[in-house]
Design a protein around this ligand. Structure first.
Ligand code: HAM
Length: 421
C-alpha cells in the first residue's frame, strides 16, 4: 500500500520534466547536438551507473565527496556518475588498440552530484560533453570551445552574452616549479587553490602545508595568482617557456576562429578537478551573475592513470541548468510555449471516421497531429486547442463528412484554408 504521506515532489535537488519543461530542455539539447555534429563530433553514450573505483580519486576534490554511491545485491561498489570523463576514459581504454585517433566524441549525459542545492546547482543535471582524445595540438582546445559557442548561438545567444576565462595549469606548474614546489605536489596544490574564495586563505594554507608547502611559499603562490595579464607572466617565467608559448599560440588561434572577443585570460582559473594538465577554461554569463556555464581543459594523464596507454585529451562539460537560467533571463530569446502541431476534433460520434481519415492523412504527410479521442462541442474543442498551444485545428461537423476536403484553421490568425499537402 502507498503511504498516504508520500511527497509528490521529486527528491531534493532532482527535477521532473513536465511536457512544458521539455520545450526548454529540447531547445538546449537540439542546439548541443546540432553544433557538435556541425563540428564533426560523433555521439556516444554509456550507462549512468559506474563502478565506484573508477570515479574515486584521492586528490581532495569536492566531486569525490559528492558521489551517490551504493552497493548492489552482490555487494559490488557502484555509483551514479557525477561526471562523464572517467567513463569516457574507460571506454577509450577498452578499445584503445582498435580506435582511430584522434577521436572526437560528444554525449549528453545525466550526472548526479550530492551538492548543496543553490541557484544553478542541482543534484542532477544533464551535461554536454565534448572531448578530443589523442590530439596534442592546441587546435583541439579551440575546436572544443568554438563548438560550445556555436551551440549557444544556435540557442539564440551571442558571443557578447558570455565571457570565457582561461588559463593554463602547465603555465601555473612552471610558475610553481620556479617557486621551488616539486611537481608531484602540483595536482593537490591546484585542487586546494581552486577552493580560493570558497574557503579562507588560512584553510588553504593548512591544506597546502600538508603537502609540504610553507606559509611563505603559499603567499608567493597567492601573489602569483594576482597577475592580471600575460605580459606580467613573463616576469615569473622565461619568455621561451613552452607553456607560455602554447598559451600565446592558443590566443592566436582564437583570433582565427573569431572567438577571441569573449575570451579572457585569468590566471586564477584553475578548476576543481585534479586531472587537468594544460589549458583550462570556464564560461560565465557576461554580467557574471550566474554560476559557471561550462568548463573544461586538457587532461593528458587520465587514461594512463586508470590503466590505459597514455593518451592526450581535451574536453569540456556544459550543463543544462545555468544555460537554462540564462536563456530565461534573455528578453530577446523566445522559448517555445508549446510543441505546436495540429489538432483534429469532431462534433458527434458519427464524424469519428472522417476525423480518423483526416488525422491519418495529415500524419502521413508528416504533420504532427493530435486526434480527439471523443466527440466534443466546438467551444470545448477550440478552448482545449488554445490551452494546449496547437498551431492549427480541424473541426469536423456533419457537413464535412461528405466533402472530400479538410478545412484547417490557423489558431492565431483565425484564417481558414483547404488543406492540401
Ligand atoms: P565540471 O566543471 O565539474 O566539469 O562541470 C561542467 C559543467 O557542468 C559546469 O560548468 C556546469 O555547467 C555543470 N554542472 C556541474 N555540476 C552541476 C550541478 N550540480 N548542477 C548543475 N550543473 C552542474 C566536469 O564535469 C568535467 N568532467 C568536464 C570535462 C569533460 N572535462 C573534460 N571533459
Amino acid at each position: 500500500m502507498i503511504n498516504s504521506a508520500i511527497s509528490f515532489n521529486p527528491p531534493r535537488g532532482m527535477r521532473d520534466f513536465y511536457p512544458e519543461d521539455m520545450l526548454l530542455r529540447n531547445l538546449i539539447f537540439d542546439a548541443w547536438r546540432t553544433a557538435a555534429k556541425n563540428y564533426g563530433f560523433s555521439q556516444y553514450d554509456a550507462c549512468v551507473v559506474e563502478s565506484l573505483e573508477l570515479l574515486k580519486r584521492k586528490a581532495g576534490e569536492e566531486i569525490t565527496d559528492q558521489i551517490y554511491a551504493f552497493k548492489d545485491k552482490s555487494n559490488r561498489d557502484l555509483a551514479l556518475r557525477p561526471e562523464m570523463t572517467p567513463t569516457l576514459a574507460r571506454m577509450i581504454a577498452a578499445k584503445q588498440g582498435s580506435l582511430t585517433f584522434p577521436v572526437k566524441w560528444f554525449t549528453i549525459a545525466q550526472c548526479f552530484r550530492y551538492e548543496r542545492t543553490t541557484r544553478g546547482r542541482k543534484r542532477e543535471h544533464y551535461q554536454l560533453n565534448l572531448d578530443i582524445v589523442g590530439e596534442p595540438s592546441i587546435l583541439a582546445e579551440v575546436e572544443i570551445i568554438a563548438t560550445a559557442i556555436k551551440s549557444m548561438e544556435a540557442m539564440g545567444l551571442e558571443k557578447s552574452d558570455i565571457i570565457i576565462d582561461f588559463s593554463s595549469r602547465a603555465l601555473l606548474s612552471d610558475i610553481l616549479i620556479n617557486l621551488g614546489i616539486a611537481e608531484p605536489e602540483h595536482a593537490a596544490a591546484f585542487v586546494a587553490l581552486d577552493k580560493r574564495g570558497k574557503i579562507t586563505d588560512d584553510a588553504i594554507r593548512i591544506i597546502l602545508s600538508e603537502h609540504g608547502l610553507t606559509d611563505d611559499t603559499t603567499d608567493k603562490i597567492f601573489s602569483a595568482l594576482e597577475i592580471k595579464s600575460l605580459s606580467d607572466v613573463e616576469k615569473l617565467v622565461p619568455k621561451e617557456t613552452e607553456s607560455l608559448k602554447e598559451l600565446l599560440n592558443f590566443i592566436d588561434l582564437l583570433k582565427a576562429y573569431d572567438i577571441d572577443s569573449c575570451m579572457n585570460f585569468n590566471i586564477s582559473v584553475i578548476r576543481g578537478l585534479a586531472y587537468y594538465t594544460g589549458i583550462v577554461f570556464e564560461a560565465f554569463d557576461a554580467d557574471r551573475t550566474l554560476r559557471a556555464i561550462f568548463g573544461g581543459g586538457r587532461y593528458d594523464n587520465l587514461l594512463s592513470s586508470i590503466g590505459g596507454k597514455p593518451a592526450t585529451a581535451v574536453g569540456l562539460g556544459f550543463g543544462d541548468v545555468v544555460i537554462g537560467e540564462l536563456l530565461n533571463m534573455k528578453q530577446n530569446i523566445t522559448i517555445p510555449k508549446s510543441q505546436g502541431g495540429t489538432a483534429v476534433g469532431y462534433m458527434q460520434q458519427e464524424q469519428q471516421n472522417t476525423a480518423i481519415q483526416a488525422a491519418n492523412k495529415l500524419r502521413a504527410d508528416g504533420v504532427n497531429t493530435d486526434l480527439a479521442l471523443t466527440a466534443e462541442k466546438a467551444k470545448k474543442f477550440f478552448s482545449r486547442c488554445n490551452k494546449a498551444g496547437f498551431e492549427e485545428a480541424v473541426y469536423i461537423g456533419p457537413d464535412d463528412v461528405d466533402s472530400n476536403e479538410i478545412r484547417i484553421k490557423n489558431l492565431s490568425t483565425r484564417e481558414e484554408r483547404i488543406y492540401s499537402e
